[in-house]
Design a protein around this ligand. Structure first.
Ligand code: SF4
Length: 281
């Protein structure tokens, strides 16, 4: 990728909601009664339709996300079938799976079935994590990232800012990510939701930009992807994000919140002098 190219990734929520975990920032947790769509495995036809539409807009990455704590054998089989169908359609998409904690054997299996990368975020620092989740540990998250690397899948791991963490928590998160050296790192900003137990705070633009600048400093060779929350904090003024080191965005909708229309995002980044990347590397 050249300096003015922006990688376009996309997310497909293939199994939504009813997660037994209690992550306080997540609308998919069953603990908080959020108003979201809930469904089990989306049909492969529907997923293919979404993949084709996003590919036509220029997306190179397509991430299959399931709610829930971990990648069990049923999810593994389902994701493998979906990956097969996408590869067969020959869309040229880099397939990412995001299905929670995962052991090495399951990840190796996904790789053998056509999945290219695995996404599992550390979310925040090890010390702050118990404040935002009590049903699983930060170490479990770190181990899944290590398993991903051992399985020789691409690792996509990042975090979420604006949960009430301190600057030293942010630095600790980035130091941990630096150890893992992910090929891609999603940077999310918390989107307040009245049903969630976190205070309805939003980071200022300056604070959010400082998070991106620090992430670029700690992860100089990682594809830094701005994900949820960028519209809430930056509106149409997204140029500073790219100038701070962002070189990938999520195109289209997020897991449970709407993104911009893809053509609007592309027009915006082109107006700043950037162009969508045409190759993964
Ligand atoms: S494990 Fe994942 S889907 Fe479940 S509540 Fe936590 S972040 Fe949300």
């Amino acid at each position: 990728m050249t300096d003015n190219e922006i990688f376009l990734c996309s997310i497909c929520n293939v199994a939504s909601g009813d997660c037994p975990e209690d992550c306080k920032y997540c609308t998919q947790s069953a603990h908080y009664g959020t108003q979201i769509q809930r469904y089990k495995n989306k049909s492969i036809d529907k997923i293919l339709q979404e993949a084709k539409a996003l590919r036509e807009f220029g997306a190179l990455g397509f991430c299959l996300v399931t709610a829930g704590r971990s990648l069990d054998s049923q999810k593994c089989e389902y994701i493998a079938k979906v990956a097969h169908a996408i590869k067969q359609a020959d869309l040229g998409l880099h397939i990412i799976a995001c299905c929670g904690s995962a052991d090495l054997g399951s990840l190796k299996y996904l790789k053998s079935q056509g999945v290219d990368s695995y996404n599992h975020n550390l979310e925040t620092s090890k010390d702050f994590f118990p404040h935002i989740c009590t049903t699983h540990t930060w170490l479990e998250r770190f181990e899944t990232c290590e398993n991903t690397l051992k399985a020789e899948l691409g690792l996509c791991s990042g975090g979420i800012f604006g949960l009430g963490e301190s600057w030293s928590d942010r630095i600790e998160l980035l130091k941990s990510l630096q150890i893992l050296s992910p090929h891609s790192s999603p940077i999310n900003f918390y989107i307040p939701n009245d049903a969630l137990p976190l205070p309805p705070q939003t980071l200022s633009q300056d604070e959010a930009l400082e998070c991106v600048t620090l992430a670029r400093e700690y992860l100089p060779n990682t594809r830094l992807m701005i994900a949820g929350g960028r519209e809430v904090i930056f509106g149409d003024n997204q140029k500073p994000l790219y100038e701070a080191g962002i070189n990938a965005i999520v195109l289209g909708d997020y897991l449970t919140t709407d993104g911009k229309a893809p053509q609007e995002d592309i027009a915006l980044l082109e107006s700043y002098g950037y162009i969508p990347a045409t190759h993964c590397h």
